[in-house]
Design a protein around this ligand. Sequence first.
Ligand code: AMP
Length: 286
Amino acid sequence: MKYTHKNVEKISTKENLKLLVRSWRLEQKTIGFVPTMGALHEGHLSLVRQSKAENNLTVVSIFVNPLQFNNPSDLEKYPRSLEADLYMLENEGVDFVFSPSVSEFYDQPTSLSLEFGSVANRLEGEHRPGHFSGVGVVVARLFNLVCPTRGYFGSKDLQQVAVIKRLVQDLAFDLEVVRCPTYRESNGLAMSSRNRRLSEEGVALAANLSKALQIGLDESQKTNLAKAKALALNFLQKEKRIELEYLEWVNAETMEAVEDINDKTEIAFCIAAWVEGVRLIDNKIR
Ligand code: AMP
């Protein structure tokens, strides 16, 4: 089915984006920016709504960034639905969508790689080598093109938020990083573009990830982090069709491992697991 989208302006080239950004800056508009890889769902739209509420203009980018995929088959299977995405964004009253082709966005091969140190070494950084370098390069490039006042990122990818904050601080980008809450299905499953690849049974199975996190969170209020993790692991091990990659308590800002509860730091319980051949991540903040 072909959708019509008249009111949202689709920008395909860096040059056109730059011209528009120049005029917005002259008019002193505040720009909210929501970078995405498309295949949009309510989680993405919640970021868009927050941006719209806080800025004069909202720009959404839709770009499946090859640099951040360490696994070629994951890149190939990543869902794409540009026409439907544009339709959803138009319904939200988004002003501009930047959706360049790969050859337009990376007109020269980039040789840049970024090293974020301890914030990116564990969890996703450990299991997806090169992932955060690719994220850093694309986000820095997008920030330079869009010149946003605020960038909106989901807690669903908590380590990514920590990495972007470091990027903004270290490269002195003049913008605010806004962390938005994780949007969930009614069964608790964190919304994700990758959920589209799950069967109905897989969706029900995948809800156990957020259940395990909640079991851990509840137990951590009563005993300690080690016992809470053991209880969550015990729950997950009953379901053989879930292949766990990691389940860790971390400091939500530094992403370093946490063993004791300290009321001063924000602690997150993070999980990555495979369900029906799809890699899913989630976390809950204590
Ligand atoms: P993606 O298209 O998966 O790269 O995600 C684009 C942005 O949307 C990232 O900042 C994600 O953290 C955020 N996001 C993805 N899923 C959710 C969700 N369920 N709730 C809130 N934000 C999300």
